[in-house]
Every structure is written in C-alpha cells, then in structure tokens.
Design a binder for this molecule. Structure first.
Ligand SMILES: [Zn+2]
Ligand SMILES: [Zn+2]
Length: 246
C-alpha cells in the first residue's frame, strides 16, 4: 500500500492554469478538488480513461472553498454518491458565503475586480468536516497518507500528504504567470489571494518537516523541495503590512 498510486492531473483549465487530481487505488478513486462548475465532465473523462465510472469514486477531498476548487463538488456528489471531506473553517464558503480575498499583488487586485472568484457556485454541506488540527487517514481508501489542516491561503485549507512524499498543496503556493500555469511553471509564486501569508509559510514548512518531497499544486507546478524552501523564505521576509493589504 506504500507504493505511489497512479495520479492523473485533471485540467480544469488548460496549461496547468487550474488543476484537480485523481488518484487511483485498489479500492477505487479519490478526487482532490472538484474544479469550477461544469468540471464534472473532465472528471468523468479521467475516470473513464482509468476504466472506471462514477460509482468507483470513493472520496472527494475539497482543499478549500474557492470556486475553482469547490465549484463542481455538489454535482460530482450527485453523480457519484462519494462523500465530500472539507475543513470546518472553509465550510461557510461552500454554503455560499463570499470568500475573504486579500490580494497578493496587482494581478490579484485586478482579478478581484472581475468578481469571478466570488461568483456563487452550487452550495453543499460536507459529509465529513475536519475540525481544528484533526487529520484524516486515507487507509480506508487504499492510500498511505493523510489529509492535514494547512491554513494560510484560506483558514480552512487542507493538503494531502502521501507517505511516499507526494504533497497535494493546493494554493499554498502557485507557479507560472497570472493565475498560474502557462509558462515558468517551475518558478514558485504566491497565488492571487492569501488570507495569511505567515500561516502559508508555516504550513509549507510543516509539509517539508513531515517529509514532502514533491508538491502538486492547484495552479502550475509541480514544485520540488528547493523551490518550496525558497518560497517560504520569501514569505517570511514580507513586511508586516503585507498581511493587511486589501
Ligand atoms: Zn484558492
Ligand atoms: Zn485556486
């Protein structure tokens, strides 16, 4: 069970701009993030390529409550019957509350003005809410790994860390240009929004301390240990006023 499972990148948007992930195990499949509303078609194509159907989906892990990660979750549960796990601190975003958006730079400020990231998506209640620092063992899904609370991008962000060192770090870090992806995908950057950059640095460091060696992320990537270390250093050098920029 300690072998690395087959991992498919689901292109929610092309060129790595928005990624979701499907892990195949001996017991079915586990979906990491649901993508934008309408992404269920891309998930279905990925399942079919693995010779599976909706009924093979065992679990849907939503890394955080932004529309590009949670937007199709309600629909995917309708189609698959798979339970959704989420951290309690992002549950309100999945019930329709607009997210707190603290831009990390010019692109984030312009992007926020479009209102795209605050667009409503079909709301849902999680089947399993993680509370505080609670972790979730994925052994029952045939995976050696855990879901961990890694706050910072949002207060309820979670990451998945497999025992082989693969970390699904969602939006703790991005790479590429603009939203992420496209080009320069091996260059780490901050995503357009971060609720608390210092928490982001601590969460990334915790993943490294726990043995993460490769980082699969929501926008761009993948990234390695050296790139993530460099990014943590950059976050820790941010002036304190950067925490409150709006
Ligand atoms: Zn996000
Ligand atoms: Zn995102």
């Amino acid at each position: 069970m300690s072998d690395t499972p087959p991992i498919d990148v689901i292109p929610v948007m092309p060129f790595g701009m928005v990624n979701a992930f499907l892990m195949t195990t001996g017991k079915g499949a586990v979906l990491i993030d649901a993508g934008l509303p309408g992404s269920e078609r891309r998930v279905e194509v990925t399942l079919r390529r693995r010779g599976m159907a909706w009924s093979d989906l065992r679990l849907v892990i939503i890394t955080h409550g932004h529309i590009d990660h949670a937007g199709a979750a309600a629909r995917i549960r309708e189609l698959s019957g798979a339970p959704i796990v989420l951290h309690q601190d992002d549950a309100d975003y999945c019930r329709g509350k607009p997210p707190v958006l603290r831009p990390t730079g010019t692109f984030g400020r312009l992007f926020r003005k479009t209102g795209a990231i605050e667009s409503p998506f079909p709301p849902f209640e999680a089947d399993r809410l993680l509370i505080g620092d609670e972790t979730m063992d994925l052994a029952s899904c045939g995976l050696s790994g855990h879901v961990l609370h890694t706050p910072g991008h949002t207060l309820g962000s979670v990451s998945i860390l497999l025992d082989d060192g693969t970390a699904f770090a969602s939006d703790l870090v991005a790479s590429g240009i603009l939203l992420g992806g496209l080009v320069l995908r091996n260059r780490p950057k901050r995503p357009p929004f971060e609720e608390d950059p210092r928490q982001v640095a601590n969460s990334l460091q915790r993943l490294l301390d726990l043995g993460a060696t490769r980082f699969l992320i929501g926008h761009g990537g993948p990234l390695g240990v050296d790139q993530v270390r460099w990014h943590i250093g950059r976050l820790r050098r941010l002036p304190s006023w950067a925490d409150r920029s709006t």
